[in-house]
Structures are given as structure tokens and as C-alpha cells.
Design a binder for this molecule. Structure first.
Ligand code: ZN
Length: 407
């Protein structure tokens, strides 16, 4: 079978890739679904826009970027262009475009509030008879499950998931470049063109040629971006306030004292897995409107937490130790703050590059000049020393700045 092409190649301008090119009708139709358009209303970086004021870019533009990198891989990397048939190429391009479609507002902060991970919702949106499902099935019966299988890492062809999520994949490549561009930082830069030129296929594995080892700046880009953008304590502080607000709403709801009805939040507050109809209306526009309403409600704590989100009155932070917790709790109580809603904590840990994690398809493999395949940390001295380094941790507690004088 063949897939219908668009009348002419559609070109979408993009500051990271210059052009995003669409030539399949099914891809164009997916971009125009309400589910994809909803991604315009969800920021790519959760709370990081509170730290980097231009980091307002959406999941929509990231999704197009991942699609474009995959499209280039399967057309410009000769081994991939040969190894995949047209159906597999369309499948992996659709999976790239849709891989984040199940994200809720404020990224990972929201995942703690809602029942289920964004991957669960992504596969449901693709397979549960939505507009997305119907477009995929109309293009080729069975396609919706094949696309979801790529996202679940269960494809019949093991090459497909490697292009979208492994260690050297289109998802990470796009977000490192895009987040770096939109935060105005240089941490995420790496040589995408060189990586694409050195990709090869060896026994169902995507590998890089030895000369591509110098694209190691990719691993370094990841390391710096994680600490400077994704794990920035300012962004985490914003996310902590968000989850405390939902803790408060849940407690009020249980006690039968909801100060203000927000119908869109009802399923969230009651808990459990959401229907796709309820999930659809949750985006950052509807949430911001709800926060504005809540900031004027009768419950003092709810109103305060909601206005902190809108007005960027972020929590302060310090290292999470027994002693610090004791001191902060005492200061909060002295100042009349309930620690249940005003003392938050989170922890992050990151290894710069973890070989052999999850599955065999999840390492960066290098083909040496002699033909031998080695895992990246064995082929690069720099990566080897990074892998051996201790795992960095950064456990913090968060509390209102107003109690500073009492600490
Ligand atoms: Zn992504």
C-alpha cells in the first residue's frame, strides 16, 4: 500500500530547524487535530519560565521538532532509509509527532496531581477512538496500535523506538536544542548535523561511527541542561506550590468545604484516572483562569497559594536536612503558616549518562574503525570518567520567603 501525499510539501518555519517539512497527508491531518492544537496551550518546560522569562515555548513546537528530526533521520541516513519500508516510516514519523500528546499542563508537576503518567494518556489518545485514532486508522487499518507500540517500546521493528526514545534520540535532541534556544542559554548546544551524518544501522541497532564520538558535546549538553534548566530550584519551587495548592483543594473537598467550585478541577480533586474528555480541557489556559478565580476565593490558604502562582511569589529553598526541617517548621508555626501547605520538598538525582539502563536498546553505541561495536563510555575517555563519577543529588525543602527573618 502507499500513503497519500499532500498536494505540495508543507513547510512550517522553525527557529531551531529552519524548516519543518510535511509531505504525508496523514501527518498534516494529525497536526490539525484538536488534540495536537491543545499542545499549543501547554508549555514545554513546566515551571522553568518562572526562571527563564522567554521559556514560553509550547509542546506543540517541540512535537513538530521531534517529527522533523525523525523525518531527516529516515530520509538522510542511508542505512535507515534502506532498512525501513514506507509504512514503518509513516509510523515512526506519526509516533514522533504524537509522543507527548498526553502531557498535561505544567509538565511533570502536573503528573503528580493527575492519576497516571503522560505516557499512559498518550497511548489512550492514540488508541481510544479519538480524532487522532480515526485519522491513523483511515490512513491504514492497524496504524494507531503500531504508532502506540513505538511509544511503548513494543514495536515489531526494534529500530523504530530507538529513533524516538533511547539515549541518542530525536526527543532529547530536539528538546536540548529548543530549550537552549528559548531559555537564551548555551548549555544545550551540540552538533546535530554531525550526529545525523555519522548514524548507521548495525544488527537492528542505531550506532554512531567512531568519528561521531566527538559529538560527545551532546552528552555534556544534557548534563548542563539538566542542572541549569530542568532541575533549577526556581522552577521546582513553582512546581511545589502547584502541588501544595492541589493538596489544599483535596483536603477542603474531603472536609466538604470547597470554597469555590472549579468544574474543570473536579475530576482531578476527586482522584483516579481521568476520562479523555475531562483530560482534554486541562491545559495551562484553563488552569490559569482557575488560579485567578481561586486567588479571590474565601479560603485564605487556597487564595494565597493561587496568587503565588500567578504573581510569581516563589518559595525560598535550602538543603533538605533534619535540622533545616525542624527550624523551618518552627518558623512557619511561629509566623502562622500551616506546614502541611507551606513546607514542600523534592529531590532530584542525575547521572550524566547511564549505559545499559532499562533495555539493550537504550545505550549509545559506537562503531569503531575496525568494525567493532562499543558502548559510548568504553569508546570515550571523557564519558568514561563521567559515568564513574558519583551521582549528584540535590534534595531541597521549600518554604515562603516571608519567614526568612525567623530562621
Ligand atoms: Zn518530548
Amino acid at each position: 500500500m502507499t500513503f497519500q501525499k499532500t498536494d505540495e510539501v508543507k513547510v512550517l518555519r522553525d527557529p531551531v530547524h529552519a524548516d519543518v517539512r510535511v509531505e504525508y497527508e496523514v501527518i498534516w491531518r494529525l497536526i490539525n487535530t484538536a488534540w495536537m492544537q491543545r499542545m499549543r496551550r501547554i508549555r514545554q518546560l513546566g515551571g522553568a519560565f518562572m526562571v527563564y522569562h522567554t521559556a514560553d515555548h509550547s509542546r506543540f513546537s517541540h512535537s513538530l521538532g521531534v517529527y522533523e528530526i525523525v523525518r531527516r533521520m529516515i530520509t538522510e541516513v542511508p542505512d535507515l532509509a534502506r532498512a525501513l519500508n514506507e509504512r514503518e516510516k509513516v509510523t515512526v514519523m506519526a509516533a514522533a509527532l504524537l509522543h507527548d500528546i498526553g502531557h498535561g499542563p505544567y509538565s511533570h508537576a502536573f503528573e503528580k496531581v493527575v492519576g497516571g503518567t503522560h505516557e499512559d494518556y498518550t497511548c489512550r489518545i492514540i488508541e481510544e477512538d479519538t480524532e487522532v485514532t480515526r485519522i491513523l486508522e483511515a490512513a491504514a487499518p492497524g496504524l494507531s496500535h503500531e504508532v502506540a507500540d513505538v511509544i511503548r517500546h513494543q514495536s515489531e521493528n526494534p529500530l523504530l523506538p530507538q529513533l524516538i526514545s533511547a539515549q541518542l534520540d530525536a526527543d532529547r535532541m530536539d528538546y536540548l536544542l529548543r530549550d537552549s534556544y528559548f531559555t537564551g542559554t548555551s548549555y544545550g548546544h551540540f552538533d546535530l548535523e554531525r550526529i545525523l551524518r555519522t548514524l548507521r544501522v548495525e544488527d537492528d541497532l542505531v550506532v554512531v561511527k567512531e568519528s561521531g564520538v566527538y559529538a560527545i558535546d551532546y552528552v555534556m549538553a544534557r548534563y548542563h541542561s539538566y542542572w541549569q534548566i530542568y532541575y533549577h530550584p526556581g522552577a521546582r519551587s513553582f512546581e511545589c506550590i502547584l502541588s501544595k495548592l492541589f493538596d489544599r483543594l483535596r483536603d477542603l473537598n474531603e472536609a466538604g468545604h470547597m470554597p469555590q467550585s472549579i468544574p474543570e478541577f473536579k475530576p482531578l480533586i476527586e482522584g483516579g484516572v481521568l476520562s479523555l474528555e475531562d483530560y482534554f480541557v486541562l491545559d495551562e489556559y484553563s488552569c490559569n483562569y482557575a488560579f485567578e478565580v481561586l486567588s479571590r476565593c474565601g479560603d485564605r490558604i487556597t487564595a494565597d497559594l493561587a496568587s503565588r502562582i500567578l504573581d510569581r511569589r516563589l518559595f525560598d529553598y535550602m538543603e533538605d536536612t533534619e535540622e533545616n526541617r525542624r527550624n523551618v517548621t518552627a518558623a512557619l508555626e511561629a509566623a502562622g503558616y500551616d506546614p502541611a501547605y507551606y513546607l514542600a520538598s523534592d529531590d532530584v538525582g542525575q547521572r550524566v549518562y547511564i549505559p545499559y539502563r532499562v533495555s539493550a536498546g537504550n545505550a549509545i553505541r559506537v562503531r569503531l574503525h575496525g568494525g567493532e561495536i562499543k558502548e559510548l563510555s568504553e569508546a570515550s575517555n571523557i564519558v568514561q570518567s563521567l559515568v564513574r563519577g558519583r551521582q549528584l543529588r540535590d534534595d531541597r525543602i521549600y518554604y515562603p520567603k516571608e519567614i526568612r527573618g525567623l530562621l
